[in-house]
Design a protein around this ligand. Structure first.
Ligand SMILES: Nc1ncnc2c1ncn2[C@@H]1O[C@H](COP(=O)(O)OP(=O)(O)OP(=O)(O)O)[C@@H](O)[C@H]1O
Length: 240
C-alpha cells in the first residue's frame, strides 16, 4: 500500500529520522513503536505529506495518493478542542473536508457519519460540543472521523492515549477489523503489550528503523534494548 525509502528528516540541525525504509501493506495492522522523540510522529507526518521536502521517498501503490487514500488521526493533544463544533461536525469533516464545508453533505455522507459514530460508540453524543468531552470520548470522535473518511490507509498517532482499559480493547478490536477488511492500519504506540496482542507487523524506531517484522521476529532483547536505550544500536530487518 505504502513504502518509504531511505527517508531522512531534519528539523533545523536536528535529525529526527535517518535512512528509514519500511513498507505498510493492505490487510496488515502495523505498530510503530519507540521512546519519546524517536521520530514516530515524524514518520507518520511524512507519509501524510505534512512535512515538506523530506529526503528519500514516500511511494504509494499505483492508483493511490496521500490525498485520495489516507485517513490520519493526529495526537489528540495537538488539536484545538475549544473550537466551537459538535461531535457530529467533526465526524462529518471526514466526508466533506476540514473546515469551511468544501461541499454540502449528501444523504450518503450523513448515513456514513451515523454508522461511524455508532461504530465508535459516540452517536448519543453527536450534538455535544467537542470541548465538553472526556479524553476517551475525544479519541472515539477522532476515530469516527477517520472511519467516515473511508480511506484505504489509516494512520493513527497514539490512539490509546487517555483511554481506559475497556475502551482500549474496543478501539484495538475496531482497528484490527479495519485491517481484516483489507485496509492498511498503522498506529504509533508506546504500548508494547497491546502491539504484540493486536498487530501482525511491528516497526521499532529510534531515529533509525531498528527492526521490522512480525512480533516474534521483532521482540528480541537486543532489539528492545536498541530501541529504548539512547545509543541507537544495531539495525536489523526481519522479513515479515
Ligand atoms: N516541528 C519541530 N521542530 C523541531 N524539532 C522537532 C519538531 N517536531 C519534532 N521535533 C523533534 O524531532 C524529534 C522526533 O520527534 P517526533 O515527534 O517525531 O517523536 P515521537 O517519536 O513521535 O515522540 P513522542 O513519543 O514523544 O510523541 C524529537 O527530538 C522532537 O523534539
Amino acid at each position: 500500500m505504502l513504502g518509504v525509502d531511505h527517508l531522512t528528516v531534519h528539523y533545523g540541525s536536528h535529525t529526527a529520522l535517518e535512512d528509514a525504509t519500511v513498507r505498510f501493506e493492505a490487510g496488515q495492522f502495523s505498530a510503530v513503536i519507540g521512546p519519546n522523540g524517536a521520530g514516530k510522529s515524524t514518520l507518520l507526518k511524512t507519509m501524510v505529506g505534512l512535512l515538506p521536502d523530506p529526503s528519500g521517498s514516500v511511494r504509494f501503490d499505483a492508483g493511490h495518493t496521500a490525498q485520495s487514500c489516507v485517513s490520519y488521526v493526529p495526537q489528540q493533544q495537538t488539536l484545538d478542542w475549544g473550537f466551537p463544533v459538535t461531535v457530529w461536525d467533526v465526524a462529518m469533516m471526514g466526508r466533506t473536508g476540514r473546515l469551511g464545508w468544501l461541499r454540502w453533505p449528501s444523504k450518503a455522507d450523513r448515513a456514513r457519519v451515523v454508522a461511524a459514530l455508532k461504530e465508535t460508540g459516540v452517536y448519543e453524543l453527536r450534538g455535544r460540543h467537542i470541548g465538553a468531552l472526556s479524553g476517551g470520548q475525544r479519541q472515539r470522535v477522532l476515530l469516527a472521523r477517520m472511519l467516515a473518511r473511508d480511506g484505504h490507509l489509516l494512520l493513527l498517532d497514539e490512539p490509546l492515549t487517555g483511554v481506559d482499559a475497556a475502551t482500549q480493547e474496543q478501539l484495538m478490536g475496531l482497528l484490527r477489523e479495519q485491517a481484516n477488511r483489507g485496509r492498511a492500519v498503522v498506529m504509533v504506540t508506546h504500548d508494547l503489550e497491546q502491539a504484540r496482542r493486536w498487530c501482525d507487523h511491528l516497526v521499532l524506531v529510534n531515529r533509525r528503523i531498528i527492526a521490522d517484522g512480525t512480533p516474534d521476529e521483532v521482540y528480541t532483547p537486543r532489539n528492545i534494548e536498541a530501541t529504548f536505550s539512547s545509543s541507537h544500536l544495531g539495525h536489523t530487518h526481519a522479513e515479515a
